[in-house]
Design a protein around this ligand. Structure first.
Ligand code: PBG
Length: 323
C-alpha cells in the first residue's frame, strides 16, 4: 500500500493541518426577536433557549455575544395583533419599536453588523409576506410597501436590509429606493432561494405570524427545484443584491453548493428555526450529544459552500469555540 490516507489523521496536530473547512464566530449571524416593553424575556416554546426579548434585554444579549466574538445579528419584530393591518403600515411608522430598537443597538454597538427583515408578514393582518387582494398575494402593489419599509430600516441604521418576501423585482425596487434616499452604503442581503418549507414553524410561533389563510407556495419556492434557484440568483444579482441567501440550509445543501459555484457574491444560508428545533429536541432526549452534533451540523453548511451562516446556535457555537 503506497497510499494510506490514515497517516493524515494520526494526531490532532496533523488533523488540524489538513482540515479543509473552518468555521469561526466571524461567519455566524445570531437571530434575535425583539418585543415592545421592558424587562421581558419569554422563551419560545418550540425553540428552547431562544427568547422574545425587550430592548433592554436585547442590548445585554448583544453585549454578551460580542464578548464571545459574535459581531452580526439579524433582528425580527414580535408585533402585537392590534398594530397589524392589510397594508402593514406599522412597518414604517415613526413610533415602530423595531426601528427604535435598531437605532438603540447601533448607537450602543456601532461596530456590530445589524441585519433587518423586509416582508409584510409580521405586520400584516393576513399574515402573508405580500398584499392580499381577493385571496391572492399581489406582487406589484407589494413592492412600494417593501420599499418604504426598507427605507425606514436604513434610516434606523441597519447595515443590511434583508428582503425575505420573495416578491419578483423587490431587490431592484429596494435598491432604487435606498439610493434615492441617500442610503447608498446600506446593503441588501437577499433571500434569493427561499423555499416554501415546513421548517419555519417555531419562527412563526415566536412572531405569531402564520398566514391566516392559505400557504406561501405562490411566492416561496418549490422544495423540488434547483435550476429555479439559479434563476433567482441571476435576477437578484442583476437587481443589485450584495449577498445571496439560501433558506432553509440543512435540507438544501445542494442549493448552497450550486449558488456558490455559480455566483461571485457571498453566499449566506439560514439554518432555520425548525432545523435547529429538531436537533435541540433530540439532544433533550439524550439521543444526540449537543456539543458534538451542533458543530458538525454547522460545518456541513460551510463545506457545502456557505460563506455565512444564520443560526440560532451562533452563541452556543461561539462559547464552544472559545473553550
Ligand atoms: C418572514 C420570515 C420567515 C422566516 C424568516 N423571515 C418566516 C416565513 O417566511 O414564514 C423564517 C425563519 C426561521 O424559521 O427561522 N418572511
Amino acid at each position: 500500500m503506497l497510499q494510506r490516507p490514515r497517516r493524515n489523521r494520526r494526531t490532532e496536530a496533523i488533523r488540524n493541518l489538513v482540515q479543509e473547512t473552518h468555521l469561526s464566530p466571524a461567519h455566524l449571524v445570531y437571530p434575535l426577536f425583539v418585543i415592545e416593553g421592558a424587562g421581558i424575556k419569554e422563551e419560545i416554546k418550540s425553540l428552547p433557549g431562544n427568547y422574545r426579548l425587550s430592548l433592554d434585554n436585547i442590548l445585554q444579549e448583544i453585549e454578551s455575544c460580542m464578548e464571545l466574538g459574535l459581531q452580526s445579528f439579524i433582528l425580527f419584530p414580535v408585533v402585537p395583533e392590534s398594530y397589524k393591518d392589510k397594508t402593514a403600515t406599522y412597518s414604517y411608522h415613526p413610533d415602530n419599536f423595531y426601528l427604535k430598537a435598531a437605532q438603540a443597538i447601533k448607537q450602543q454597538f456601532p461596530e456590530c453588523c445589524l441585519i433587518s427583515d423586509v416582508a409584510m408578514d409580521p405586520y400584516s393582518s393576513d399574515g402573508h409576506d405580500g398584499l392580499v387582494e381577493d385571496g391572492e398575494i399581489v406582487n406589484d402593489k407589494t413592492l412600494p410597501i417593501l420599499a418604504k419599509m426598507a427605507v425606514a430600516q436604513a434610516a434606523a441604521g441597519f447595515d443590511f436590509i434583508g428582503p425575505s418576501d420573495m416578491m419578483d423585482g423587490r431587490v431592484r425596487t429596494i435598491r432604487e429606493a435606498l439610493d434615492e434616499n441617500d442610503f447608498k452604503e446600506t446593503g441588501i442581503l437577499s433571500y434569493t432561494a427561499k423555499y416554501a418549507s415546513a421548517y419555519y414553524g417555531p419562527f412563526r410561533d415566536a412572531l405569531d405570524s402564520a398566514p391566516k389563510a392559505g400557504d406561501k407556495k405562490t411566492y416561496q419556492m418549490n422544495p423540488a427545484n434547483k435550476t429555479e434557484a439559479l434563476l433567482e440568483a441571476t435576477l437578484d444579482t442583476e437587481e443589485g443584491a450584495d449577498m445571496l441567501m439560501v433558506k432553509p440550509a440543512l435540507n438544501y445543501l445542494d442549493i448552497i453548493q450550486s449558488l456558490k459555484q455559480a455566483s461571485k457574491l457571498p453566499i449566506v444560508c439560514y439554518h432555520v428555526s425548525g432545523e435547529c428545533a429538531m436537533l435541540i429536541a433530540a439532544c433533550q432526549n439524550n439521543w444526540l450529544e449537543y456539543e458534538k452534533a451542533m458543530p458538525e451540523t454547522l460545518l456541513s453548511m460551510r463545506r457545502a459552500g456557505a460563506d455565512i451562516i444564520i443560526t440560532y446556535f451562533a452563541k452556543d457555537y461561539a462559547k464552544l469555540y472559545i473553550k
